[in-house]
Design a protein around this ligand. Structure first.
Ligand code: HPA
Length: 260
């Protein structure tokens, strides 16, 4: 049986739509997760919810205990993680309000505890990370958006930057040259830790601003908040429909969703 979790980012620190059944905060060898993990029903579908910045959005991207978050979800038996993130748009088709399901990432973060294989417990492994996001979970998100008639960008490259400051215009030009579509601050090491923990992981990003130097004038918190408020409803509908369709596939009612 697959068990799903939703990791919420900026604009998704609380999930009012969740019909709560249980709350827990499993202690892990790496400490406590960002917040209590809430298990409940989203749109009738069972899901665990964890806000990565904490319930009151007190944790900046570089201070999040990604290892504790991933381990705590694993301890609850989670097999599949859908990570929601607010991002800046770099590609021309990734304007504010666009939802992107990336298929690749580039990690520009530094100094974060980024692996379970740090030599501390004598274990060492080099996990394959060629395709950092789980193909079937990505396909399910794309299929759900199609079912709902929500236009999305079905692939792209997520640039993970250190933050908490936004980038310079030159940094964004560099990320564009590197082939990045969107830029956010929390995509790594979360994705790699999920891979090390053996969980399927996909990212659903909502563009809340044009990346530095690509829009008119400076990026404002007001602009980001407005686009978050506008777009998060669609993100949650995509997540709810994804859960329903994946479970239907498991019951044999539908053919497997594909990216085609
Ligand atoms: N850069 C990095 N992270 C972000 C941005 C951005 O422009 N917008 C929202 N999160």
């Amino acid at each position: 049986m697959r068990k799903f979790a939703l990791i919420g980012g900026s604009g998704l620190d609380r999930l009012a739509e969740l019909d709560v059944r249980r709350t827990s905060r499993p202690a892990t060898a790496y400490g406590a997760p960002s917040a209590p993990i809430v298990e409940g029903l989203l749109d009738g579908q069972a899901v665990c919810f964890l806000p990565r910045h904490g319930s009151d959005h007190g944790l900046p991207p570089h201070r999040i205990n990604y290892r504790a978050n991933v381990r705590a979800l694993r301890a609850l038996g989670v097999t599949d993680v859908i990570a929601v993130a607010a991002v800046g748009g770099i590609a021309t088709d990734a304007g504010p309000g666009t939802i992107v399901i990336p298929d690749q990432l580039v990690d520009y973060t530094w100094g974060r505890e980024h692996t379970f294989y740090d030599g501390a417990n004598g274990e060492l492994d080099h996990v394959d990370f060629t395709a950092p996001y789980a193909a079937d979970l990505r396909a399910a998100l794309v299929a759900a958006a199609r079912t709902l008639g929500i236009a999305i960008v079905p692939q792209g490259t997520y640039a993970a930057t250190q933050g908490p400051r936004l980038e310079t215009a030159a940094e964004i030009r560099r990320l564009a040259r590197d082939g990045c579509t969107i830029v956010g601050m929390t995509g790594m090491p979360e994705a790699a830790l999920a891979r090390e923990a053996g969980m399927a992981y996909a990212n659903c990003s909502l563009v809340v601003n044009r990346a530095a130097g690509l829009g008119v004038g400076p990026i404002t918190a007001e602009e980001m908040r407005r686009n978050l408020e506008r777009g998060m409803g669609d993100v949650l509908r995509i997540v709810g429909t994804t859960l329903r369709q994946v479970r239907a596939v498991h019951r044999g009612h539908r053919s497997r969703p594909s990216l085609q």
